[in-house]
Design a protein around this ligand. Structure first.
Ligand SMILES: [Zn+2]
Length: 343
């Protein structure tokens, strides 16, 4: 915090306040309660709200109001804040229980912007319960367990594409590092280097988000994650190749020469798929392809069971290793602990 942060902020020039020191209708935001007892102003909008409710959630914002409110507007102490108006509106909406905002829903890009604004101010003003509640939907999309990842990967891929870069930045900015491994794993799986870094050999597809938005440390983390994906793909391919090299004692088709040759075919087909794909093939996408291909192959029951166990073991190992791939000590690294929600 700098010294200037401690000084009362001047009233925004764009804020129209009429001669009787009232906020005109067009500058009143929501929430606005005519019987509220404090006026908060940001950019070109004012909110008339209740100090007691603010104090319940954020003693820090209450202290700021008490220490810095320097003039009376609309019959109340008034203070200028430097927050974005939309973020402030949503944050105050949550504090005042405005259900119409549906603040903790996460189904669209707009929901995501609302939620990240709430999270930003809840972190800044140390509103712990609101911060925890805002993190819950985000940790479902960018989870810390493999089963939640599978669920989110199947149901939410569009949302991820839109928001993974922003989520990585929010995770760093707001100290919500529990979102990082899954968000970076998703980015590494679905994003070309051109999209992430703005540099590309072939420019065949439009960018889905502006390049260069990732911070230096996350550019590094994304590169490491891509490499981790690649090595996991290679390990999975090697496992399939090994299956084709031996005769399996429990194979139910031993008399016909075992299922071995089928695995060699699978190894070749999947290698070609990886080698010739034009878009990025990260390990999560690859694992789904492998499942599809193995599922269609005519294998005996024992060979199918054995290979599925082996593939699942590799998938769990991939998930377990995600945090280490980007510099954490593991999922139990205390920096990655998911906050619990008490409300
Ligand atoms: Zn077999």
């Amino acid at each position: 915090m700098t010294d200037t942060d401690d000084l009362p902020r001047p009233r925004p020039l764009s804020m129209q306040i009429n001669i009787s020191n009232m906020i005109p209708e067009e500058s009143r935001g929501a929430p606005w309660y005519s019987d509220g007892n404090v006026v908060l102003m940001s950019e070109d909008t004012a909110f008339k709200v209740f100090k007691g409710l603010i104090a319940q959630h954020s003693p820090k914002l209450r202290d700021k109001i008490e220490n810095r409110a320097c003039e009376h507007i609309d019959g109340c102490p008034a203070i200028v804040l430097d927050d974005a108006t939309t973020d402030l509106a949503h944050f105050l909406g949550v504090i005042h229980g405005c259900d119409s905002l549906r603040p903790f829903r996460l189904a669209t890009k707009n929901d995501f912007l609302t939620l990240s604004g709430i999270l930003r101010l809840a972190t800044k003003y140390e509103a712990r319960t609101i911060r925890q509640r805002a993190l819950v939907p985000l940790t479902k999309v960018y989870p810390s367990t493999l089963s939640q990842w599978d669920e989110a990967f199947e149901s939410n891929s569009l949302l991820w594409v839109l928001d993974a870069v922003t989520t990585v930045n929010i995770a760093r900015e707001l100290g919500a590092l529990c979102l990082l491994p899954a968000a970076l794993a998703f980015l590494a799986n679905s994003t070309t280097s051109r999209e992430a870094f703005g540099v590309g050999i072939f420019q065949t597809q439009p960018l889905r988000f502006a390049p260069g938005l990732l911070k230096t440390e996350d550019v590094k983390a994304l590169s490491l994650m891509k490499e981790y994906n690649q090595s996991t793909i290679a390990r999975t391919l090697r496992f399939l190749r090994e299956q084709g090299k031996e005769r399996h004692s429990l194979c139910q088709r031993a008399a016909e020469g075992c299922c071995s040759s089928k695995f060699t075919g699978l190894f070749v087909a999947l290698s070609v798929l990886v080698a010739t794909a034009e878009g990025p093939v990260g390990y999560p996408t690859f694992a789904i392809r492998v499942q599809d291909v193995v599922g269609r192959e005519d294998l005996c029951g024992d060979c199918r069971d054995r290979v599925e166990v082996g593939l699942n073991r590799r998938r769990r190992a991939w998930w377990k290793g995600l945090p280490e791939a980007i510099g954490f000590s593991g999922w139990d690294d205390e920096r990655l602990v998911v906050p619990s929600c008490t409300s």
